[in-house]
Design a binder for this molecule. Structure first.
Ligand SMILES: [Zn+2]
Ligand SMILES: [Zn+2]
Length: 709
């Protein structure tokens, strides 16, 4: 009886498989069996594969007569079906192995991240079984080296493939490029492109992509240059990469060049190119171009909408981002987790808890709550919006956290002046074996600042950061200046600034200046202020602080000198403005203006509050007023500060227990600060004021900043 012909279609193979092995029929040939095994491996049909394997066990009389090719097929089958222990057992029991036996197993290990195991097998192959690796094996080994960061071993392989000529093989070449881009040897990666001729656009794209992923942006620009000079035709992937590169470098000129090249080419911009282009213009600060690209598109999907919303966010057009979101809903485009994350960050930028709460509800309904990126953005939104409890609630409900989660919560605590909570969280983070990064330490060091923990701060800066391998940057050093300043160690702070080799910006000097005001070391403060004005003659805040310090010392000559200087230099004080949201409407108050429809009632309320807190110890800080007017009028000027107006209005318009949140565009003045403390006591309200420096949470006559800001 002739052996049954193996069925041709894969479906038929699966259907007929049991009949193939009926005992009363002749056994299928080895070729047929191999074909069937290959089919079951490719279609990951473990059931069929096992039937064939069982049949082979029954029919093979002596396992000593081992067929290497058949066993290899079985190893391949089990590896492809993710039954690695069976595959490995078969492999280990083989008396004789060849390159194919190794490659199935090594491929599985590589794809499943067991990189060390791949390298061990390679070693065994060369020195144990004395086999000659082929190009495929080398590409696996090179990939394992690059993915596990074993640059040295990778270079050894490079030497070997170079000598053997395998270097010209496409797999090997790609793996080598991957190795050198991943191991950050950009020079070598570029040299490979020069040395080995015939790279096509796909290979260039992969180098470019590798360089961008590894943040070697300059190297990326060079590769782009090579593509231009080598007249390699760019495809859509190249354009996406090139726009990404321009965005990462914030290099508008490059971005515009890429854009014009694209217009000249025959590449049709697809959704990826368009969104990369919108992101590029957004990140390069050319918002109008981003908008133009977006508005010129006929069809816009969620990716494009999200890119556009992100461009708004990056350019701080938070309101516009929120408006776009409504437009998106209008066009019936379902937002995804990235859209929600950007929207939450925009709401955080506005400190608009109303929008944030609405978004939160929307997220709950649409089922995006479980996405890490969304939760992280929720924490950030609540922390920046002044509701640290809500941030903590989101944080505690999370089963998985990543570094961004920890940082958002930790920096949130620090920003709210909750140093103790921040440091406890840091300990928990270390216990959870999350590796802190430079952002974490900004939070940790500023927490030390709030608590006045000078020694701990220096321990983190000089020891722990070094131990973890994080090089301190300007932000960390500025935290240390803040830490020393807060502890009243002004001379040490200045010494630290003068002796630390870092390019200080005006923020650090402001910190020192502000500290000299708080610690009433006016002579010191004047010196620092003059230094700052030397660096930046237009720094309004410094003029004001300097003038206030003269006023505190009752040195009116100094006050008028500063006023004259401001006039001569045409420096104008930005008017103070504060805003608060009441029942979904934002009310804006500008110091001294009476544009609000209920203006007269509001001023009356402020006067009433001011009178009521005087018995509690409020003394109007008339010295801080710049004007040469009667004391009574000075008191009026103080009463007209925007945050007082906003708080008075919120007290009038909200239920007696509702907390009040006010955002202010400038630093809160001393007088408002002491007044609001007493107002919180008088009215038994929680009042939160976010000024340019931080959150002030006023409760029962105290502020969370402990009068240091
Ligand atoms: Zn004020
Ligand atoms: Zn405060």
């Amino acid at each position: 009886m002739p052996a049954r012909k193996p069925p041709t279609s894969p479906q038929a193979a699966t259907r007929c498989a049991p009949f193939l092995f009926k005992q009363n029929r002749a056994p299928p040939s080895v070729e047929d069996t191999l074909k069937l095994l290959k089919h079951s491996a490719d279609s990951k049909d473990l059931k069929l594969g096992k039937i064939i394997h069982a049949h082979l066990i029954i029919t093979t009389e002596s396992s000593r007569n081992e067929n290497v090719v058949l066993t290899n097929s079985l190893v391949n089958l089990y590896a492809k079906c993710n039954q690695i222990s069976i595959a490995r057992q078969l492999f280990d029991n083989m008396r004789q192995r060849n390159v194919v036996s190794y490659s199935s197993l090594m491929t599985w290990y590589l794809h499943n991240g067991f990189l060390l195991e791949t390298l061990k097998l390679f070693k065994n192959m060369v020195s144990g079984d004395n086999l000659e690796p082929n190009e495929y094996i080398f590409s696996i080994v090179l990939s394992s080296c690059s993915r596990s960061g074993r640059g040295a071993e990778g270079r050894q392989c490079h030497g070997y493939v170079f000598k053997s000529g395998l270097v010209f093989c496409k797999y090997v070449r790609n793996a080598l490029v991957e190795l050198y881009t991943k191991c950050l040897d950009v020079e070598m990666a570029k040299r490979l492109l020069d040395l080995l001729p015939g790279y096509d656009v796909f290979e260039y794209n992969s180098v470019l992509n590798g360089l961008i992923e590894n943040e070697c942006f300059r190297g990326g620009v060079e590769v782009l240059g090579k593509m231009v000079s080598g007249s390699v035709r760019w495809d859509s992937v190249t354009y996406v990469n090139a726009f990404g590169l321009s965005a990462s470098l914030k290099d508008l000129k490059l971005g515009l060049q890429v854009h014009s090249q694209m217009l000249k080419s025959d590449v049709e911009p697809d959704v990826f190119i368009n969104s990369a282009m919108i992101s590029m213009y957004g990140k390069c600060g050319k918002f109008s171009n981003a908008k133009k690209v977006f508005e010129g598109l006929e069809t816009r999907n969620v990716v494009l909408w999200t890119a556009m919303v992100a461009a708004c966010f990056q350019n701080e057009y938070f309101e516009e981002a929120l408006n776009l979101f409504c437009g998106m809903e209008y066009e019936d485009i379902r937002p995804n987790e990235f859209t929600f994350a950007v929207m939450l960050n925009s709401a955080a930028g506005l400190s608009a808890l109303r929008h944030g709460d609405l978004l939160h509800a929307h997220i709950e309904k649409s089922g995006f709550k479980e996405h890490l990126i969304v939760r992280n953005a929720l924490i950030n939104m609540y922390a920046k919006g002044g509701n640290i409890e809500a941030a903590n609630k989101v944080f505690s409900d999370m089963r998985y956290q990543d570094i961004i989660t920890w940082n958002a919560m930790l920096c949130g605590y620090s920003h709210h002046g909750l140093g103790r909570e921040a440091l406890t969280l840091f300990q928990n983070m270390l216990a959870a074996e999350e590796r802190p990064n430079h952002v974490t330490f900004v939070g940790v060091l500023s927490a030390c600042g709030h608590l006045g923990l000078v020694q701990e701060g220096f321990y983190y800066l000089n020891h722990l950061m070094k131990q973890i391998g994080i090089v301190p940057g300007l932000e960390h050093y500025t935290c240390i200046v803040g830490l020393l300043s807060k502890a009243g160690l002004l001379d040490e702070a200045e010494k630290f600034m003068r002796s630390t080799p870092v390019k200080w910006d005006v923020v650090a000097w402001h910190t020192l200046l502000n500290a000299s005001r708080v610690h009433q070391n006016y002579g010191f403060g004047r010196r620092i202020a003059e230094y700052i004005l030397h660096m930046d003659p237009n720094d309004v805040g410094t003029y004001i602080l300097l003038s206030n310090m003269y006023a505190k010392e009752k040195r009116w000559d100094g006050v008028s000198k500063i006023r004259k200087l401001m006039k001569v230099r045409k420096v104008k004080k930005e008017p103070g403005s504060s805003w608060t949201e009441i029942r979904n409407t934002t009310h804006v108050f500008i110091s001294g203006d009476s544009n609000h429809p209920e203006s007269s009632q509001i001023y009356e309320k402020v006067r009433e509050l001011s009178a009521k807190i005087k018995p509690l110890g409020y003394v109007p800080d008339v010295a801080a007023v710049l004007h040469d007017v009667e004391d009574e009028q000075k008191e009026d000027y103080l009463n007209h500060h925007s945050e007082k107006l906003a708080i008075a209005y919120a007290l009038m318009e909200t239920p007696p227990t509702a907390p009040i949140l006010v955002i202010k565009n400038l630093r809160m003045c001393d007088d408002c600060h002491s007044a609001v403390k007493l107002i919180s006591k008088l009215t038994k309200r929680d009042i939160i004021v976010r000024d340019t420096n931080r959150f002030h949470r006023f409760q029962d006559g105290c502020c969370s900043c402990t009068d240091y800001w």
